[in-house]
Design a protein around this ligand. Structure first.
Ligand SMILES: C[S@@+](CC[C@H](N)C(=O)[O-])C[C@H]1O[C@@H](n2cnc3c(N)ncnc32)[C@H](O)[C@@H]1O
Length: 266
């Protein structure tokens, strides 16, 4: 008898549980087991009913986590054991989330799956920091890139193409290489005074934002002691962040300053 069950690849959004989709919540409430990453917030894990099994598979920078091939195998074996699986990932599974690899593995093993998109950190963090990613006359497009690369390699991106004053650049996982991002963009011709922001723990009660310019970004972020997860946004739209500020984190972070500006509010 075939007892295989479905695997739901589900985006949890950036942290605020109110940003979970209705479909994601329904699937969590009906799952047998939830396999989740580190970036899924506690507030979202609290929505999982008590009887549902939870398996943490890590994915924290520099900390122990299950290798990707073991996660893939785990999803297959849980499904073959007849369990209804929610594979819960931060943000959107198909944006720097390796959701494509997991879906491919399931497809290769003929396991039924579906994909529930989540709000990705780029749109969520920018919205909660008062930054529209596009804006008529300021930015005609947006690009999402990763700032992550192997420790012994330089960041290999199309810097000339990215150094475009008319578009917004969003850098996921950019904290560790923030110096390189700054210098490569400036070397490629982007004005050093281009507005730039970093958003730490976006959409949560611990959100902080740092508003500055591209040339000062690494120093300001370091001075404020930002820690992962941090989203970097570079472009003229960042200049709107003071006017469009609206988010009041419930638990204010300890006051910190960057470039003389008060952080801790967003
Ligand atoms: C491995 S990527 C996962 C992205 C995720 N799949 C998404 O769609 O948002 C992790 C990176 O996303 C960004 N990120 C995710 N959640 C964030 C948050 N709440 N605040 C700031 N950055 C966040 C950070 O740049 C972090 O290093």
């Amino acid at each position: 008898m075939n007892t295989e069950s479905m695997v739901h690849l589900v985006g949890a959004g950036p942290g605020d549980p109110d940003l979970l989709t209705v479909k994601a919540l329904r699937l969590l409430q009906n799952a047998d087991v939830v396999v989740y990453d580190r970036l899924v917030s506690d507030a979202i894990l609290d929505l999982i009913p008590p009887g549902v099994s939870r398996i943490a598979v890590g994915k924290a920078p520099g900390r122990h986590s299950l290798p990707q091939d073991r996660i893939n195998e785990l999803l297959v074996s849980l499904s073959r054991a007849g369990r209804t699986v929610v594979r819960l990932k931060g943000g959107d599974p198909y944006i720097f989330g390796r959701g494509g690899e997991e879906a491919q593995h399931l497809a290769q093993h003929r396991i039924a799956f579906d994909m529930v998109p989540g709000i990705t950190a780029a749109s969520a963090c920018s919205a909660y920091a008062g930054i529209p990613l596009t804006y008529r006359g300021l930015s005609s497009g947006v690009r999402f890139v990763t700032g992550h690369c192997r420790a012994d390699r330089p960041l290999d991106l199309d810097w000339r193409g990215l150094a475009d004053a008319d578009t917004t650049l969003v850098v996921y996982m950019g904290l560790a290489n923030i110096d390189q991002v700054r210098s490569k963009l400036i070397d490629a011709g982007l004005n050093p005074t281009t507005p730039a922001a970093a958003v730490e723990n976006g959409t949560t009660g611990r959100q902080r934002r740092c508003l500055t310019t591209l040339d000062r970004l690494p120093d300001e972020v370091q001075k404020a002691g930002f820690q992962s997860p941090v989203m970097v946004v570079i472009g003229r739209v960042v200049a709107l962040a003071e006017t469009l500020d609206w988010f009041e984190p419930q638990l204010r972070a300890p006051a910190a300053t960057a470039g003389g500006r008060q952080l801790g509010h967003g």
